[in-house]
Design a protein. Sequence first.
Lengths: 419, 401
Amino acid sequence: MSESLAPRQTSSEPDGIQQEPPQTVASRLALWHRAGGIVVPILTVILAFLIGGLLVLGTGHNPIQAYWDIIKGAGLNWLAHPTNTDVANTAAYNFSQTLLQTTPLILTGLAVAFAFRCGMFNIGGNGQYLVGLFVANWVGISFVNMTKPAHILLGIAAAAAAGAIWAGIAGFLKATTGAHEVITTIMLNWVAYWIGNYIFQQGGPLQGAANKPLDIPISGDVAQSAKLPVFWGDADLQGLHIGFFIAIASLVVFWLILNRTTLGYEVRAVGYNPDAAAYGGIKVRTNYVRAMAISGAFAGLAGGLDMLGYLYHFGTTDVQASSIGFLGIAVALLGRNTAVGVGLAAFLFGALLYGTTHGLQSGTIDPSLAGHLTEMIQGLVVLFVGADVLILAVWNSRRKLQRKSRATQAAPEPEAASS
Amino acid sequence: MSTYAGTVQRAGSRLIEPTSVGAIGVTLGVIAFVLAIPPIAARSPLWPILVGIVAILFGVVAASRGAYRVGFGAIAAGALGAGLAVLATRSSTAHLNQVFTASLIASMLVFATPLTFGALGGIFSERSGVVNIGLEGMMLMGAFWGIWGADKTGSWVWGVLIAMASGGALALVHAFFAIHLRADQIVGGVAVNFLALGITGYFFVQLYHGENVPTGVSQIPDVQLTSDSSHGFFADSFGHLNLMIWIAMLFVVLTYIVLFKTPIGLRIRACGEHPRAADTVGINVYAIRYGAVILSGILAAMGGAYLTVGYLNTYNENVTAGRGFIALAAVIFGNWRPFGAFGAALLFGFSTALAYRLPVYSSNAAVLFQALPYVLTLIAVAGVIGRTVPPAADGRPYKKQ
């Protein structure tokens, strides 16, 4: 990831000029993993929440009350008495909604994380999520005569494939022409954005029949046979659908692919050091395309599950407001690109996302105000989590602490022996 | 006498250089299209096609002599120009007159101006070796704080100045993380975009309740070159453009001079190409990079301020809507050069301006036209029309020894 936007320099440096040692993806990843454990992410989150709190305080609201409201809005107080699963209970309902938001966040987080483990930065999660959503909507509206399991399976598979193809374009361009994936995925995001504006607008191909000319353009609802079963709550009230388990399973799949398969080994090898991997006989280019495609499949799956799970329809304004894929970047970085980390970070952001918007009840802080607080905290998290020197400082202080504690442990012993 | 002949000879030999041949080809491609639209509006497809073919030939000649980028550009321009011209000859003159008026040039410049400011900012930052994905965020900061400043102080001058300060402040955050903390510059840029979205959104709700859009705020004035009543090609296209549009064009020239004709520009480029070497000869790499990144924030914010204080004269949430990313695309498309980026901004501005007028033909397809800048950039970075070459040390943190 730290490789520059410049094409790799193949010609040797002129004599006598010492190029600084290349900061490879390997060194950076290793640093992150070594220094992190769970310390840096937690510090990052606390710092981000503190700064966000200061802003809330500065603009004349009570930050502690605001955060408490957000926690209640996310339904986290339900965890205190988890036996009451009746969604008529506000806490239980809010918690189910938090999990509903967590579902796509896990997957878009995995999308960023998987590419990252191959040494690429996939900023295109949102575009891949959107194309997955479009395709799932199309499949859900068409093929109405299929049986429920077949229809759902087709919809999910098509969404994942669409995401894979969308990201695969970036991977293919990187493999064949060396085009930097950051630039190409950003551009693909906006292409998907305008495609969305095209297909859902008045008279667009996916615009719903029930739409009146002056309404905000919106697509038709997916057929009953394509809707995912709801296992907690009511389907009409945005119940929690079984896509949640698919997301959890994806975390396991992510871990299995990376750590227990040849494919994963190759992907990680390329991520650590593409030159060494090539020397070891691994096809670096093939792995770029493969890793991007798998990464896009995760994001496309997120779009598919959202569409068939609870959205059922989509409109141009939804396209313009969509940011789940961008949140995936924060989720992956905070989760240190590991399966467990992504799961936890997705839950944090899912809670923040729902707790600051729809779930927020009391009048301490305006929900629309709190919604932007989420964006700010998200930005701060990404900002702090990416700072190498910050991580190094934490790493060093941790080592110092360990040394000190070892020294203090070692020191009393002779005294104990002598007394 | 002999010197005169020499000059003529040199000028002649420059004309048949492959890049010049290619440039002529590109121009011919554009002419092929222009022939078919008002005021000329040739009704027979013969002439545009002929000119298009000549353009393609020029392109082939240029490409075969090694000027791949401009050569393939000429081939594409010739084919596109002829193709579009044939389409134009088939549509009714009434429709053409509606779309291709002189004011199309004015609206192209309107849409190109925020992109130009953003792209110039991006060039400064990236030429000094710091990737700036955060242009969008800095532009958004300028857009919001610009209109807020103009609203509170009652003067657009203060509005623009406050916008510049806000963009510079956000750029300072990016610079601090990218330069001192050696954070990954792409991650930092992404973070800056989120931050700007959060900050402007938060204060838009806090200060204006998210809906009380300020209207009637002091607006950046237009430059009246012709009287309001006069009409004609010049009056409609350049007669009353906004002051910021002229400033943007002036800045393009200034940026070129600063970057390529002054010592400070040489230093900036040295930091972007080989920071260690720059450090060795006594250039303060950190200071140069800080300056360049902050300048990029200031410029991007001016683009945002133009958007709200100059053009829309109001604000709504996330008003920039991806213009910062098109500016980034213009930087890449223009190969990290001011005039190249300006050309790309004009092209992207033209495609947007056209997208707003094409509903005359088909209201649906016109929306897709807005994706054109992104698709073109995809093609450009893929190296189909010549390889784009970023500064060698772009995106690499530099550690002093």
